[in-house]
Ligand binder design. Structure first.
Ligand SMILES: Nc1ncnc2c1ncn2[C@@H]1O[C@H](COP(=O)(O)OP(=O)(O)OP(=O)(O)O)[C@@H](O)[C@H]1O
Ligand SMILES: O=P(O)(O)OC[C@H]1O[C@H](OP(=O)(O)OP(=O)(O)O)[C@H](O)[C@@H]1O
Ligand SMILES: [Mg+2]
Length: 279
């Protein structure tokens, strides 16, 4: 049995559960379940706080896990990133009162509030800055107004929490984060199947299939407009001057690609969703 750690709450839990479901695994029926066995797929799920997942995986207690890259680095655990999972994107940034800090060097001797002291401490040390980290559990944006810190370092998604707290981002990006699959460093049997299944879900979410007919002399130009994952599939049509083409394109580019193909002379352009994929 491959023992897999999954976030039980927070920003990553819902999408992680959804991805595993789409990948064909059994999920928990209610949010209080701590362990779910899925013998048909040879795996067992452990629902844990995302912040603790790297500790369990790094120690070898569990084989793989889903957590944030920021949480992995903050943990200082031995666990390593196996694959990015394409959700839970955030950036990790410094923020302070408007105009108070121009860059990293200004943080020398300053009190910085954060829930990620491992991540922020490593970053400051690498850049030769000595600040005084104030460890808080959450809502760190309030720390400046309430006088326990002079600046903060926190997860930024839309930036609206910082705006509401009257703080401005400054200095370099500490980290670009997203949800990642992590492992203990020693690969357990079954890990590659899990990775391929999750990557299949990502492809099905992020790509669509486009079918179109195009005059043979426009095929090269059409292929340049929509090159596909590897190379488009080209099939003959009854009319020898036309071919049928099938290609995978990023979902976000769907309408641009359809416009470009139509302009080139392609017709009967059909787009369909990918239900599942194994590349
Ligand atoms: N808007 C967001 N707020 C917080 N974390 C986010 C956000 N978007 C993505 N994330 C990622 O989610 C992970 C944090 O999840 P976690 O469950 O620990 O905190 P949370 O969602 O703030 O929940 P809580 O603080 O209520 O426990 C990190 O990897 C972080 O980068
Ligand atoms: O840039 P935004 O879209 O505003 O999102 C980022 C904010 O969301 C999270 O806080 P959360 O609501 O989880 O509260 P917490 O600080 O108590 O964890 C995070 O810690 C930031 O404060
Ligand atoms: Mg939070």
């Amino acid at each position: 049995m491959l023992r897999i750690a999954v976030p039980n709450k927070g920003s990553l839990s819902e999408t992680a559960a959804q991805m595993l479901h789409e990948a064909g695994y059994t999920g928990r029926r209610d949010s209080r379940e701590l362990v779910v066995a899925d013998p048909r797929n040879g795996v067992e799920f452990f629902y844990l706080r995302p912040r603790d997942i790297a500790t369990y995986v790094g120690s070898g207690a569990l084989d793989v896990g889903i957590t944030g890259r920021d949480l992995l680095l903050d943990s200082g655990s031995e666990a390593t990133e196996i694959a990015p999972l394409g959700f839970g994107d955030s950036t990790f940034r410094f923020a302070g009162p408007p105009g108070a800090y121009a860059g990293l060097a200004d943080l020398e001797g300053v009190r910085v509030a954060t829930s990620y002291p491992g991540l922020v401490g490593d970053f400051l040390a690498r850049h030769g800055v000595t600040a005084k980290l104030v460890k808080l559990d959450g809502a760190v944006e309030s720390a400046v107004r309430l006088g326990v810190a002079d600046a903060v370092a926190d997860v930024v998604s839309t930036g609206s929490t910082l705006r509401k707290a009257g703080l401005d981002i400054f200095g370099p990006v500490i980290l670009d984060s997203e949800a990642v699959l992590i492992g203990s460093g020693v690969e357990k049997p079954g890990t590659q199947t899990l990775v391929r299944r999750l990557q299949g879900v990502l492809v099905a979410r992020q790509y669509v299939l486009v079918d179109y007919d195009v005059p043979v002399e426009k095929l090269e130009a059409a292929t340049a407009a929509a090159p596909g994952f590897e190379s488009p599939t080209v099939s003959p049509l009854h009319d020898p001057e036309w071919v049928a083409v099938r290609v995978m394109i990023p979902r976000v580019e769907t309408n641009h690609v359809m416009d470009a193909l139509y302009e080139l002379g392609a017709r009967a352009i059909l787009v369909s969703a990918i239900h599942a994929a194994r590349l």
